[in-house]
Ligand binder design. Sequence first.
Ligand code: PMP
Length: 291
Amino acid sequence: MIVNLNGKLTPSEKAVVSVFDHGLLYGDGVFEGIRAYNGRVFRLPEHIKRLYDSAKALMISIPLAPQAMSRELLRTLAANRQRDAYIRLVVTRGPGDLGLGPENCSAPTWFIITDAIKLYPERFYQEGLSIATVSTRRNANEALSPKIKSLNYLNNIMAKVEAQQRGCPEAILLTQDGYVAECTGDNLFILQNGRLLTPPTSLGCLDGITRQAVLELARKLKLPAAEEVFTRYDVFTAEESFLTGTAAEVVPVVRVDGRPVGSGKPGPVTQRLRKAFQALARSQGTPIPKR
Ligand code: PMP
């Protein structure tokens, strides 16, 4: 596999970064997880914009323009002759000294890995997920905005570990005030009185690209949808629930904290949106050039 390291197409075994890189020492950096379907990259401009916005919030100055970064990503896919891929784009503060301050970091490190996509097991989609609310709260906006897709995922990892210890593959993270924020690597939707609801990003969750696509699809399919604040109670009593994310796409949730959601089976609105999303993801995107 070829990795793009700071603009150089490098065999993966030679793609190494410094032990002084602040991405490693402090989680000081940003990233994106992106997918290519059938020779096209889904919502590339949106992912690139989110990356640059995250970097801006952290005052990391990415040393190439967004369009140039997009070209580098496409070039890496072409070099690996990949048409379907899970792409990891990372920008770190770069190598510095052992001090926390970024002032001694020379220049950001960036790299692009275009890996094979590892899909969730099919039974997750057929049977739906059983998930759990955890005691780890989502990072407060005032501490580290969850809108920043930073390399510091410890908040999410602690929540994931808690869920796994309870036999669940995903966790619901609440805000400090007890509102539903999101899951560790996915956004959450519920269907309540026939309306599709997902928490507003101002509450403290990532502005998911899949979440946006599903909100657009809902509008197209004439399903009432809104960004609204809700609690665990609303998830327990919802007609349906599902998660959205680049890797998961749209995955049904059928049990939360031991309570069946709706019928306890993947619901019809979830299935409709899942199909619509699959069709959308496979029908649009930035073409990968031939080598
Ligand atoms: N929330 C978190 C915390 C995430 O890390 C992700 C994606 N990895 C998502 C939501 C889903 O975002 P997207 O649809 O852009 O993949």
